[in-house]
Design a binder for this molecule. Structure first.
Ligand SMILES: *[C@@H]1O[C@H](CO)[C@@H](O)[C@H](O)[C@H]1NC(C)=O
Ligand SMILES: *[C@@H]1O[C@H](CO)[C@@H](O)[C@H](O)[C@H]1NC(C)=O
Ligand SMILES: *[C@@H]1O[C@H](CO)[C@@H](O)[C@H](O)[C@H]1NC(C)=O
Ligand SMILES: *[C@@H]1O[C@H](CO)[C@@H](O)[C@H](O)[C@H]1NC(C)=O
Length: 422
């Protein structure tokens, strides 16, 4: 991944990058056309001057770029413009190698491509995203992103289409309280819809824990959500659910959302790994599902509660010293949560996004917080960390274009015994 960064110098701006890419593309096309025209002329001249030689010659050319240049030996004309090197001489690599250790058991997967941090100069490539999606498509049919920077959403949807895998994408417009950041996310989102359409879009989250980080008030977040919803409606895309992803102030936010997304972390609650799944069923019901039922009752026209989704659940694997009470980072403990949560959640019809696909070493560097960097099922080099991926029926997990239905678990029977955390 470091190598990629050197190959792709920092892009100062999303738009500039796009313009540059388009210019490069049209330049490449014009070279090819010019090259072909000159080459064609050469072939005609050469054929007239040295017809016998041409048929007698045995020039082997398997390189497409040089296909027309094989007769120059007989008449020395000025050389044609050099071919522009292409990163994909024979198209991107779309070969999926099946990994028998993997099973498509996950409802969804949280994903941040390496090199998708704007402040680090981007650098993410289609090739790298393709390799990630090849693996992810063997684990799940849904992927959730955290921002629009560095064209990450565009690359993911391009990869999904190139690989012809059946996957939907949940998008996030990252909110950090800086209006420049938001404007960049916002512009990229509309451009994304223009370029790639909405077929693979499962929904759009305005922010991720922005209220929790005190970078925005719930009321302002609601205004942003309403704006996005309004504009989608004006484009005839009102079916796309709009929401935020938040762990605070849910009761203010829920009435204004199409779905409720909560990052639910038994690790930070300090549960022992063997208790983590049970803790999660209860927390999800108390904090996320029950309030949606109340909200639906409050609005008499509603026949059904809006869906609640666990947008993050997972377990860090290191460093072991950064424990939270009974919750200790380790691969064995991550395995325990996988074994006790994934198939059980599927059976309960509880929708969740596993946090997260692969390790994010940049977080340690940026936030000086090593505990945030090692939640991956895979390490940064795509080596699988746990020894077993749960294998279970994923019928309820197939994803269908344009179907925004989200399964919901049956409400837990005993609400009275539960604690209210928010
Ligand atoms: C294409 O990618 C797969 C892994 O995804 C790899 O095994 C294979 O070697 C690659 N093929 C080429 C020609 O690079
Ligand atoms: C907001 O972000 C931009 C770059 O995206 C930066 O130039 C600016 O200083 C930031 N503003 C604040 C108040 O942090
Ligand atoms: C990073 O965090 C550690 C403690 O976790 C601290 O000792 C160290 O000084 C911090 N480094 C920086 C650059 O903030
Ligand atoms: C949408 O998907 C759900 C399962 O998630 C399924 O029960 C329902 O029939 C689907 N609706 C349509 C219109 O295909």
């Amino acid at each position: 991944m470091d190598q990629e960064k050197q190959l792709h110098p920092p892009a100062p701006d999303q738009a500039l990058e796009q313009v540059a890419r388009e210019q490069a593309r049209s330049k490449r096309t014009s070279y090819v056309i010019k090259g072909c025209t000159i080459a064609l002329l050469l072939v005609v001249i050469a054929a007239l001057v040295a017809l016998p030689q041409m048929f007698g010659g045995s020039n082997n050319n398997d390189d497409n770029n040089n296909r027309h240049h094989d007769n120059t030996a007989s008449s020395p004309p000025p050389p044609p413009p050099p071919p522009v090197p292409s990163p994909h001489p024979s198209g991107p690599n779309t070969t999926i190698i099946r990994d028998t250790r993997l099973h498509q058991s996950f409802y969804g997967m949280d994903y941040t491509p390496h090199g998708s941090q704007y402040y680090e100069g981007c650098g993410v490539t289609l090739d790298a995203v393709l390799e990630d999606i090849k693996i992810m498509s063997q684990l799940t049919t849904r992927v959730r992103l955290y921002g629009m920077d560095c064209d990450q959403a565009g690359l993911v949807v391009q990869a999904i289409k190139l690989l012809r895998v059946d996957m939907g994408v949940m998008l996030t417009l990252w909110v950090d309280g800086n209006s420049t950041t938001y404007q960049r996310q916002y512009n990229t989102f509309w451009k994304f819809l223009q370029d790639h359409g909405a077929d693979h879009v499962l929904g759009v989250s305005v922010g991720n824990e922005a209220v929790y980080r005190r970078q925005m008030e719930a009321a302002d977040l609601i205004t942003l959500m309403q704006d996005v919803k309004q504009r989608l409606k004006s484009m005839g895309l009102e079916q796309i659910p709009v929401f935020t992803t938040e762990i605070r102030d849910l009761k203010h936010l829920i009435p204004h959302e199409d779905a409720v997304l909560d990052n639910v972390h038994p690790f930070f609650a300090g549960t022992r790994p063997e208790d983590a799944a049970d803790w999660t069923w209860q927390y999800f019901y108390d904090v996320d599902q029950y309030p949606t039922l109340i909200d639906a009752k409050g609005r008499m026209q509603e026949t059904q509660a809006k869906p609640a989704i666990i947008s993050e659940i997972g377990w860090p694997t290191e460093p072991a010293a950064h424990r939270v009470k009974g919750a200790v980072p380790s691969i064995a403990n991550q395995q325990t949560l996988l074994d006790t949560f994934v198939c059980q959640a599927n059976q309960r019809q509880l929708p969740y996004y596993w946090f997260e696909f692969k390790d994010q070493p940049w977080k340690a560097a940026l936030f000086n917080e090593t505990r945030e960097s090692y939640w991956g099922l895979f390490d940064k080099d795509l080596n699988l960390k746990p020894s077993r991926i749960p294998k279970c029926n994923h019928n309820v997990h197939s994803w269908q274009k344009g179907n925004y239905t989200v399964p919901q678990p049956a409400p837990l029977p005993d609400k009275s015994s539960s604690k209210t955390t928010n």
